[in-house]
Design a protein around this ligand. Structure first.
Ligand code: F6R
Length: 640
């Protein structure tokens, strides 16, 4: 989604360069174009471009000295990817510059309003196809034609906007920035005689760790030495607390890894360790609030929706508690069943996902209680929830969720144990799981999985094609210390025909059924290879028709009650020629490739998903894709 940045200070600085560096820190949000505006010697400096922010030539930005600037990275929604559509947008005299994240749903009505006031020629003033451009023209109208001050015009315009937005506006000659938010993220940073505004903290963490999160429908007047927060509708002053951000800049940089995605996968022993360091009292209070309710729901989107499903399974298995997990965008249909005795647990990394927020609004309207499991403190979902638990995974920069997903699993396991009043048991289980993951998730694992990715892509016919098996019986072999290793030979290649890598299927049962679906999301989003995950039992109800000789299938086979049935499903696949990659603690003659994983008991979904995160990463890189910024995707999906 779009990224926004604003700066104001009491001394002249290289403000365009500063905005550019800040936008680079927000690159993870996804964008297709960007722009910067600054007041330089009383004149408007502006630059806009399509493509990579980091490729901007410093020459154009260096030496642009001023006391305030704004910058924006755009992820197209209204209007194509063009320089004209990139922000900032201006009024006709180019004295007012506006950046905006979100959607102005009533932009057509605002245009009609301006047409009504100023005549049809107003349309000629618009230079872009964006919804945003109505904002500078509306503010200009109130200043020029109704004699309002910049602040009063801004407030009047703000009250007219419908939809979700975070907006920052500067005006030549005015020594302050104005900003407002409703539904879209905006955080303020306080330095020495300077303030920062941004969609997220990494944009200014090099300058300050003191941050403040404005609420919905609040606006800010920010000068070099002061900030005033007011309610947009009532104009009443609002007090908000400054928070000190404790995580390191290092956790928002690549630390020597070629990509954030790989860094975030490999640091999971640490992020999991942090995730399970939850205060007992907080977990117990969270569980108490859940238990009090008659109807319990988990909601999330994408990866977080699969984790929400795991939340449902853990609550059932560990605590014997019936809950229902739904996808955020589909939750509204269940609004009719909600009341004061309902509790919704939102699962979200960013805490900003529009589809989850939409579901929560339905719940709020019915008086239901909202709880949340989040990675971002102060996010929109955090502010809506009665109680939030945090993943403590540190900023997740790569678009594909990896360390946040496993942290969600870890905390959901603890919550289920707290629900069952067995928290010490849950903590013991997770501590031992983290220890095993630490010993297992080493560079060798990544290297060996890369070899499998190469094999799948290079597609040596001898490895991927063989005749039907002799239905050799399943046979356990002792686990190897080397990960992963080839499965014992079962049958030989009978054809040199090639299977072009079109599809990858993943199967799992029980706790690993949602993991199979999450695995498919990981492979799809970064490698752009078609992947599908489903419960092993569903195979014979349709998908098995897709299996050809050499079709890669990943089977998740932990040592739990699903093992026998999973083995039968894998056998069914092998006998139709599938190339089976087994992710399991134990080797089997059923596997063509074996990725050995530690035996984590209830935490097996963590062990199952990590190798697939690595496989997806390597497939992406080998295919020349940027795994950190996959096409068409954004890190926080703040639009419906
Ligand atoms: C996939 C992925 C997305 C997110 C989804 C929800 O790897 O990251 O599917 O899980 O957009 O995002 P959050 O967790 O921020 O609510």
């Amino acid at each position: 989604m779009c990224g926004i940045f604003g700066y104001i200070g009491d001394k002249e600085k290289e403000v365009a360069l500063m905005a550019n560096r800040a936008l680079c820190e927000l690159e993870y949000r996804g964008y297709d174009s960007w722009g910067i505006a600054a007041e330089v010697s009383g004149k408007m400096f502006a630059i806009k471009a399509i493509g990579k922010i980091s490729l901007a030539s410093d020459k154009e930005l260096k030496g642009v000295m001023g006391k305030m600037s704004i910058g924006h990275s755009r992820w197209a929604t209204h209007g194509g990817v063009t320089e004209a559509n990139a922000h900032p947008h201006f009024n006709t005299s180019r004295t007012i510059a506006v950046i905006h994240n979100g959607i102005v749903e009533n932009h057509e009505e605002i245009r009609s309003f301006l047409r009504g006031k100023l005549g049809n020629s107003v349309d000629k003033l618009f230079l872009s196809e964006t919804d945003t451009e109505v904002i500078p023209h509306l503010i200009d109208y109130y200043i020029t034609h109704e004699g309002k001050t910049f602040e009063a015009a801004f407030v009047e315009a703000g009250r007219m906007l419908e939809g979700r937005y975070a907006v920052v506006v500067m005006k030549l000659g005015e020594p302050y920035l104005l900003a407002m938010r409703d539904g879209s993220p905006l955080v303020v940073g306080k330095g020495e005689h300077e303030y920062f505004l941004a969609s997220d903290v990494p944009a200014f963490i090099d300058h300050t760790r003191q941050v403040l999160y404005p609420g919905d429908r609040e606006y800010m007047k920010v000068s070099a030495d002061a900030i005033m927060l007011r309610n947009l509708d009532t104009g009443k002053k609002v007090d908000r607390e400054w928070i000190t951000v404790t995580w390191d800049k290092g956790s928002a940089t690549k630390e020597g890894y070629p990509h954030f995605m790989l860094k975030e996968i490999m640091e999971q022993p640490l992020s999991l360790d942090k995730a399970i360091h939850q205060e007992d009292a907080k977990l117990e209070e969270f569980a108490r609030l859940m238990k009090e309710s008659e109807h319990l729901f988990f909601i999330g989107c994408g990866t977080a929706a699969k984790m929400a499903k795991l939340g449902e399974l853990y609550a059932a298995r560990v605590a014997g508690k019936l809950t229902n997990a739904y996808v955020g965008s589909e939750f509204a249909a269940y609004g009719q069943f909600l009341n004061k005795r309902s509790t919704i647990v939102a699962v979200s990394q960013s805490g900003e996902t529009a589809d989850v927020l939409e579901g929560l609004r339905v719940a709020e309207k019915e008086g239901a209680r909202i709880l949340a499991l989040l990675n971002v403190v102060g996010s929109s979902i955090d502010r809506m929830s009665k109680k939030s638990l945090f993943l403590n995974a540190g900023p997740e920069i790569a678009v594909a969720s990896t360390k946040a997903a496993t942290a969600q699993i870890a905390v959901l396991i603890l919550i289920a144990h707290a629900l069952a009043k067995k928290l010490p048991e849950g903590k013991h289980l997770m501590r031992s799981a983290v220890k095993d993951i630490k010993a297992w998730l080493i560079p060798d694992l990544s290297r060996d999985i890369k070899k499998i990715a190469e094999k799948l892509l290079n597609n040596p016919s001898s490895a991927l094609l063989r005749g039907p098996t002799n239905s050799s019986p399943y046979q356990n072999t002792p686990p190897s210390l080397v990960f992963p290793r080839r499965a014992p030979e079962t049958s030989s290649a009978i054809s040199l025909q090639q299977y072009p890598l079109r599809d990858i299927y993943i199967i799992g049962r029980g706790l690993n059924a949602p993991v199979a679906q999450e695995a498919a999301i990981k492979i799809q989003e970064v490698s752009y290879i078609h992947a599908e995950g489903f419960p092993g039992g569903e195979l014979k109800h349709g998908p098995i028709a897709l299996i050809e000789k050499g079709t890669p299938v990943i089977a998740l086979i932990p040592n739990d009650e699903t093992k026998r049935d999973m083995e039968s499903n894998t056998m069914e696949l092998r006998s139709r020629g599938a190339y089976v990659i087994g992710i399991a603690p134990d080797n089997s003659k059923l596997f063509d490739e074996w990725i050995q994983v530690p035996n984590l008991g209830l935490a097996s979904p963590i062990a199952s998903i990590i190798p697939i995160q690595l496989l997806a990463y390597h497939l992406a890189v080998l295919r020349g894709n940027d795994p950190d910024k996959p096409r068409n995707l954004a890190k926080s999906v703040t639009v419906k």
